[in-house]
Design a binder for this molecule. Structure first.
Ligand code: AMP
Ligand code: ZN
Ligand code: FE
Ligand code: FE
Length: 280
């Protein structure tokens, strides 16, 4: 048996990770990974920098992205894989999400101001020491720490920014079906992200009846017995099995890159699909 490992879920500085795209490729090789997908929130910008260095250093990469959707008022994350990175549909959808984020982030800042925690958008942008493509709640949480409003990112989410907390805002909604359709139109594979985190069984039931291509069975530091259910579901439906760490670097310091991964057998169909859709 080979010891092939591919981590198919991680974030770079193009969204809310703290390691830049080149750094992710180097880190992946350093820790012995053979394959990688960078699944930034609502952007594929990381690939411009990551692909040339991955090709040069021999790391096998497939395209990836993570989209936030809402189903019956519950937040559901979708992963898209193996689409052509030059595809217009994906880029346009990313742009739409960026706009949703801009107004959603302002809404959150307004709520924070109403709770006597004023922060400007510039302070958010500066909080992580760089100008990220996709600005998310982790950036806002960092700014809150810098301003002395909270002590940790965890505290910021628990008290203010988490779903259902007083300064949470979801912004414009994109539904699951629409997102699957766009990923498919772009020639990609639509995958349910971290089903382990979905609390509501009704939502899970709905998702399982939708035209997904795969499900993220291995996630972060979940124990093997927490993955069994999802592996069985994938088998029943003949869905692809994916897996990854959801590495974010320092903002989620307890989850290292490579803490979940797929072997060569799981990676190959995704890579094959990717290479088929990406003319060389
Ligand atoms: P956003 O996409 O801007 O709504 O932010 C969601 C992101 O915030 C997630 O993808 C995680 O990276 C991060 N996040 C969510 N909950 C927490 C938490 N409790 N602690 C730290 N980070 C979190
Ligand atoms: Zn994130
Ligand atoms: Fe997610
Ligand atoms: Fe993620």
């Amino acid at each position: 048996m080979s010891s092939f490992k591919a981590d198919l879920h991680c974030h770079s500085t193009c969204s809310d990770g703290t390691v830049d795209p080149e750094g992710l490729v180097k880190l992946a090789l350093q820790i012995g990974l053979n394959g990688l997908s960078i699944t930034d929130h609502d952007t594929i910008d990381a690939y411009e920098k990551a692909l040339p260095i991955a090709n040069a250093l021999g790391l096998r990469m497939i395209s990836g992205v993570e989209f936030s959707t809402v189903h019956r008022n519950v937040s559901v994350h979708l992963l898209g894989y193996s689409f052509d990175l030059r595809n217009k549909e994906i880029k346009e959808f990313c742009n739409k999400h960026q706009k949703r984020r801009e107004s959603r982030n302002l809404e959150i800042l307004n709520k924070l101001a109403a709770h006597k925690m004023p922060i400007s958008m510039n302070e958010v942008k500066e909080a992580m020491g760089h100008a990220p493509g996709t600005i998310g709640r982790p950036h806002i949480a960092q700014a809150m720490i810098k301003k002395g409003y909270v002590k940790s990112i965890e505290e910021a989410f628990k008290r203010f920014l988490g779903e259902g907390r007083p300064c949470y805002a979801s912004g414009q909604h994109f539904d699951v079906e629409e997102t699957i359709e766009i990923i498919h139109k772009a020639g990609g594979l639509a995958v349910i992200a971290h089903p382990h985190l979905i609390q509501n069984e009704g939502i899970i039931k709905n998702l399982l009846s939708m035209p997904f291509d795969g499900i993220e069975c291995y996630y972060a530091k979940m124990h093997a017995n927490q993955n069994t259910r999802w592996l069985e579901i994938a088998k029943e439906r003949n869905w692809l099995v994916t897996g990854g760490s959801d590495f974010h670097g320092e903002v989620k310091a307890l989850i290292p890159l490579g803490s979940s991964w797929v072997d060569q057998e799981r990676f190959r169909p995704l890579e094959k699909h990717y290479l088929m859709h990406t003319p060389h």
